[in-house]
Ligand binder design. Sequence first.
Ligand SMILES: Nc1ncnc2c1ncn2[C@@H]1O[C@H](COP(=O)(O)OP(=O)(O)OP(=O)(O)O)[C@@H](O)[C@H]1O
Ligand SMILES: O=C(O)c1ccc[n+]([C@@H]2O[C@H](COP(=O)([O-])O)[C@@H](O)[C@H]2O)c1
Length: 203
Amino acid sequence: MRRIGLMGGTFDPVHIGHLLAAEAAREAADLSEVWFIPTSVPVHKPQPGASGAQRRALVETAIAEHPSFRVEAAELDRQGASYTIDTVLELRERYPDVSFYWIVGSDMRDDLPHWRRIEELAELVVFIALERPGAAGEVAVAEPALPDYLRGRIVRGEMPGIGISSTDIRRRCAEGRTIRYMVPERVRTEIERMGLYGSRTID
Ligand SMILES: Nc1ncnc2c1ncn2[C@@H]1O[C@H](COP(=O)(O)OP(=O)(O)OP(=O)(O)O)[C@@H](O)[C@H]1O
Ligand SMILES: O=C(O)c1ccc[n+]([C@@H]2O[C@H](COP(=O)([O-])O)[C@@H](O)[C@H]2O)c1
């Protein structure tokens, strides 16, 4: 069975933490592909500053050179609240011969018990959790604290800790500060060209 990783995120904007997490997950679980899934309406955080089309375009730009990465627009096409269970059920119907893995940073791993229909979701995907500096779960021993339905359903992947967040990038843009090397160079120039997050050209 083909093994596909699903990298869900708001990507407001995509940054190198997302890209490294996806690549580390690909290696950790021997995935043949990783599909990036931008949310339409995130269910647990403020609404994005950039539109779905803008966030998707930036992800397309960021992953263009990776032969095994692509964008899956299921959540943007569906619109409304982006619950992962709905996305996974839809993808399983469209791709019955695929094993799906859902990729998360360690901050989200600890949040998993609060996700909609998580017991059902944990039967449909294996989660791959990547360490994220500053996340509460970073130093905790995760497995014993997990509810039964998540035991054995979370694979840990290793990646160099990247203390970058979309929040930090949006703030930097608004303050006219550099985001060079925090995002791929073409993403940076696109953000400036579109004037996103209050950015202006700082070259
Ligand atoms: N630096 C990072 N290292 C590892 N995983 C990350 C990192 N940044 C984000 N992730 C993971 O990528 C997924 C999507 O994250 P998201 O698009 O919300 O980015 P974010 O930087 O957390 O955004 P924001 O700052 O707006 O909350 C989540 O599972 C998150 O844990
Ligand atoms: O389905 C849920 O209940 C749920 C709750 C929190 C987060 N998620 C998903 O987790 C992914 C990462 O979320 P975020 O906010 O870090 O972009 C994204 O695809 C969200 O839709 C999903």
